[in-house]
Design a protein around this ligand. Structure first.
Ligand SMILES: NC(=O)C1=CN([C@@H]2O[C@H](COP(=O)(O)OP(=O)(O)OC[C@H]3O[C@@H](n4cnc5c(N)ncnc54)[C@H](OP(=O)(O)O)[C@@H]3O)[C@@H](O)[C@H]2O)C=CC1
Ligand SMILES: CC(=O)[C@](C)(O)C(=O)O
Ligand SMILES: [Mg+2]
Ligand SMILES: [Mg+2]
Length: 490
């Protein structure tokens, strides 16, 4: 097999990268009807598998789990996830032959062997679904021509796919039908019903392509969503402790700070997040983010370029072949960081204090969101997709850090995302070395010690105009307008 994207002429590459249409809510009027009475068999009861299955069942659909023999024999976590939630669990031989839709929710590294094992058992004309385009695009997996192949990709960690559904909302979702595998022309109906079943239609669904999804998803996770939050956590914690701030306070400010400041982002974009700061702090955060964007832009460009030309996938697959040596080594290193090893202190921090004492964190989120958005759209990703993949998903990732720090984030996201997060972190930590030397506690840990809270009006007007005029704010205003069911997280 070869990288499918690289076999295409530029014209088709651009066409596929540009597939992105925001779907009107009326297109989901049939709800889950196309899947009613159909057997949905999920392979892999992990982050996406369990949580998507819970949502689909609550939406009235018939969901069961086909697990690999050792998971059943050893009663592994995936077996516990499925059985403790009352799902039918069986082997591939038990469940696949009668399945109408097989949901491949195993790790990307396992997709080729899993699909090869399952395809011969699938009945004529069944449907195979993915939640990420890697296997089809980066590996060029060929699927039996009588099978329908679709993608329903939540732009969100598995745990929050469930959490937002339970709140009565959902998470932005990209759907696609693999053009080489839609023999009965039913792929779109199945994908739409699946997106309604997970609750994605309440947040927003894009008619996308396997290529557009994979080239944006890899970028989001390797930069703002996971990489920046990891790098920012480590740098901000070490700086605060170095400057004499109580380690427990520093740990708590970061662990819960990302969630607090990015909740403002989720509701009102970068503008609202910075509006939560005092005027002097807003200008300080703006200036820091501009500095960060200049320093980090080459790294964002490199990651996007490596994703587009297949270098990232090739390098990651070399690690797959090397028993995940880098992934496991970087995971172990992360666990040894001071931030991870310092529990959040038993100290009260008010919602506003997270902003006032987290100016640098706000600056890092602004810089990462804008850079990721700018770089994706420059590479041919359409604005709606870039918005979901940069701004909207950041608070959803921050929710995982609030639960159990970087450990929880890296355990909940896919192994592919975790690998990309560490790749970014390894490059960005040294890149920000000089920048961090000039950082003091007024922007992280203590807040500005303001004698004079006055600001220069011309500068403030300039900053406010710059905030509001960034393209991520324009598309964000439109897309958030369709999120009528958005709920507070607490
Ligand atoms: N994690 C996330 O939030 C997101 C993930 N995705 C995509 O969703 C898909 C699933 O990812 P994710 O939920 O993170 O996966 P997880 O790593 O959470 O879960 C994978 C599951 O698959 C099982 N599994 C592992 N290897 C095999 C194998 N060889 N054969 C059969 N089952 C196996 C594991 O169970 P056991 O080891 O017990 O057998 C585990 O339950 C991926 O394509 C990913 O890119 C998309 C969006 C977000
Ligand atoms: C959670 C999500 O959307 C990621 C980061 O793309 C992933 O886990 O692969
Ligand atoms: Mg993603
Ligand atoms: Mg991903």
């Amino acid at each position: 097999m070869a990288n499918y994207f690289n076999t295409l002429p530029l014209r088709e590459q651009l066409e596929q990268l540009g597939k992105c249409r925001f779907m009107d809510s009326s297109e989901f009027a049939d709800g889950v009807d196309a899947l009613k009475g159909k057997k949905m068999v999920v392979i892999g009861c992990g982050a996406q598998g369990l949580n998507q299955g819970l949502n689909l069942r609550d939406s009235g659909l018939d969901v069961s789990y086909a697990l690999r023999p050792e998971a059943i024999a050893q009663k592994r976590q995936s077996w516990k996830n499925a059985t403790e939630n009352g799902f039918v669990v069986g082997t591939y031989e038990d469940l696949i032959p009668t399945a109408d839709v097989v949901l491949n929710l195993t790790p990307d590294k396992q997709h080729t062997p899993v699909v090869k094992a399952v395809m011969p058992l699938m009945k004529e004309g069944a449907c195979l679904s993915y939640s990420h385009g890697f296997n089809i695009v980066e590996e060029g997996m060929q699927i039996r021509e009588d099978l329908t192949v679709i993608m329903v990709a939540p732009k969100c960690p598995g745990s929050e796919v469930r959490a937002e559904y339970v709140r009565g909302f959902g998470v932005p979702t990209l759907i696609a039908v693999h053009e080489d595998n839609d023999p009965k022309g039913e792929g779109l109906a199945l994908a739409k019903a699946y997106a309604v079943g997970t609750g994605g239609h309440k947040a927003g669904v894009l008619m996308s392509s396997f290529i557009a999804e994979v080239k944006s998803d890899l970028m989001g996770e390797q930069t703002i969503l996971c990489g920046m939050l990891q790098t920012g956590s480590i740098l901000c914690f070490d700086k605060m402790v170095e400057e004499g701030i109580d380690a427990g306070y520093a740990s708590k400010l970061i662990q819960y700070g990302w969630e607090t400041v990015t909740e403002a982002l989720k509701y009102g974009g970068v503008t609202n997040m910075l509006d939560r700061l005092s005027n002097p702090a807003k200008i300080k955060a703006f200036d820091l983010s501009e500095e960060l964007k200049v320093i980090m832009r080459p790294l964002y460009n490199k990651h996007q370029d490596d994703i587009i030309n297949g270098t990232f996938s090739r390098v990651m697959m070399e690690d797959w072949a090397n028993d995940d040596k880098n992934l496991l080594g970087w995971r172990a290193e992360t666990a040894e960081t001071n931030f991870e090893k310092t529990p959040a202190g038993d100290v009260e921090i008010s919602e506003q204090e997270f902003f006032d004492n987290g100016i640098l964190m706000v600056a890092m989120v602004k810089a990462g969101v804008e850079l990721a958005f700018e770089t994706m759209t420059a590479a041919g990703i359409i604005a709606e997709s870039a918005y979901y993949e940069s701004l909207h998903e950041t608070p959803l990732i921050a929710n995982t850090i609030a639960r159990k720090k970087l450990y929880e984030m890296n355990a909940t996201i896919s192994d592919t995302a975790e690998y990309g997060c560490y790749l970014y972190n390894h490059a960005c930590l040294p890149l920000l070395g000089d920048f961090m030397k000039d950082i003091k506690t007024d922007v992280i840990g203590k807040g500005l010690d303001l004698e004079d809270t006055g600001v220069d009006n011309a500068r403030l007007i300039e900053v406010n105009e710059a905030l509001r005029s960034h393209p991520v704010e324009a598309i964000g205003g439109i897309l958030r307008g369709h999120m009528a069911d958005m709920k507070k997280i607490v």
